[in-house]
Write a protein that binds this ligand. Structure first.
Ligand SMILES: [Zn+2]
Length: 454
């Protein structure tokens, strides 16, 4: 950010940035996705499209808008390049999660205060939509033609695992478009990530865990609550739930995580640097140590399971004849739904029915020793010179997974600096983005578009 002069308040300078005005207007349209009853209100999605058209007039005039069959709310644009041989897809999503409680101000007011923008979606993921569009708008204004065809794909059902991105991928496939590079949200330039690593880390996702949900059901028993029998459905289900928590899937250190630690090692201070540098030769020990740390560290090294829902009898004085637990699992790359099912069946034992409710395999790995990844790294080095770029496995799901069948190089990275507090504000209260970081995001996308290989 250029330092404000004595006579200009930082917010006044920020107000004049077109991308700031665009993002604020976009945040004010609450395209909230709800699992129930439905996805974001189509009228609000249409309103968001009007706001975007007003703020990015060149983009809307010069790029071809391609309808996405089955998903009228999805935005798909084609910017013809000098070549169509190695097309690039830039992705982000238009919808946001509900604001929830505990916000300091109105989550949809898009308050700008002391160089910071507050509002639902500024990080996840309207900030990326705005930054991508502004980069394209700026380049169009400068008369730039990209070296390759550039596609912009903005789904509107990401937060509810909707079909919009899958439909967009299907449309590209139908048109014979085989992307060379796909870039979606996922990682960011994180500060304060690992204890002992003082530098910012640019996490570029090269894979995603798979999301799979199961129902565990115990049946039988019943009768009157005044004369209960032992070993009823609820008690057997409770034992199964506890067994699953007590016996997690084995911890393993995959190649991506080893590469991440190898890159971080030179930047770690104290004994942790030496440990990180040797991780590859001591994978089982390191995996167990990370698993013991719990939280994100543990999630990096294993397929996780957690019981999320529980249901028994509908009345306090009725004994359940069926008790069901919902289990949400995140499957690590290299493992599968079949591995998960085998582990769960073995762990909960006989008499518990295991049913797959939602089936999601982990994605394949995108390469990190490759020209496309190097292009992203070069962008990081230019725009975030203090950050260390590294591949990593995205723990959550992104729309990018729908493109892995179409493109071997799907990367997940939003080019914004995010502190620990900011990362916690994604899906939480007081989501915020510094204007200087939004402008860096625009620079990153602009540079990426300018440097596409011929
Ligand atoms: Zn998102």
């Amino acid at each position: 950010m250029s330092s404000p002069t004595a006579s200009t308040h930082p917010d006044e300078t920020a107000h004049q940035e077109p991308v700031v005005a665009a993002l604020r207007a976009m945040v004010r349209v609450p395209t909230v996705s709800l699992r129930s009853p439905d996805v974001a209100d189509p009228a609000l999605v249409a309103e968001l499209h009007r706001v975007m058209a007003a703020h990015f007039p060149l983009l809307h005039a010069r790029l071809e808008r391609v309808e996405v069959p089955g998903s009228p709310g999805a935005l798909l644009f084609r910017w013809p390049g000098r070549s169509a041989e190695r097309p690039v897809v830039l992705m982000a999503h238009q919808d946001v999660v509900p604001a929830g409680e505990d916000w300091t101000g109105d989550p949809f007011e898009a308050r700008l205060e002391a160089g910071t923008l507050w509002g639902r979606g500024v990080l996840d993921d309207k900030g990326s939509v705005a930054a991508v569009c502004q980069a394209v708008e700026d380049l169009l204004a400068a008369g730039h033609t990209p070296a390759q065809d550039v596609w912009l794909s903005f789904g509107h059902e990401e937060e509810v695992s909707g079909e919009a991105a899958a439909h967009a991928a299907a449309e590209l496939e139908r048109r014979g478009v085989a992307p060379w590079l796909v870039l979606d949200e996922g990682g960011a330039v994180g500060t304060e990530v690992f204890p002992g690593v003082a530098v910012p880390v640019a996490f570029i996702g090269v894979a995603e865990k798979g999301t799979t949900s199961l129902h565990l059901t115990a049946s039988g028993g019943g009768g009157h609550a005044s004369t209960p029998a032992r070993g009823g459905a609820t008690a057997r289900l409770a034992r199964a739930v506890l067994a699953l928590e007590k016996h997690p899937l084995p911890a393993r250190l995959g190649d991506v995580t080893v590469e991440m630690f190898r890159r971080l090692a030179p930047h770690a201070t104290g004994p942790i640097g030496a440990v990180l540098a040797r991780v590859d030769r001591a994978r089982p020990v390191a995996a167990r140590a990370l698993a013991a740390m719990g939280g994100e560290a543990a999630a990096l090294v294993r397929t996780t399971t957690v019981t999320t829902t529980l249901a028994g009898s509908p009345a306090l004085n009725v004994v359940a004849t069926r008790a069901t637990a919902g289990v949400n699992a995140r499957i690590a790359p290299g493992e599968s739904v079949a591995d998960l099912l085998a582990h769960v069946r073995r762990t909960v034992g006989e008499g518990i029915e295991v049913e797959v409710v939602e089936h999601g395999e982990p994605t394949p790995l995108s390469p990190w020793d490759d020209e496309a990844f190097a292009l992203l790294e070069a962008g990081v080095r230019e725009v975030f010179p203090d950050a260390v770029p590294t591949p990593y496995v995205v723990l959550a799901a992104t729309d990018g997974r729908f493109f892995t069948g179409l493109c071997p190089r799907v990367y997940r990275f939003a080019p914004f600096r995010m502190s620990a507090t900011q990362r916690a504000s994604i899906h939480g209260p007081d989501e915020h983005l510094h204007v200087a970081d939004l402008l860096d995001g625009v620079r990153f996308y602009r540079r990426l578009l300018e440097e596409l290989p011929a």
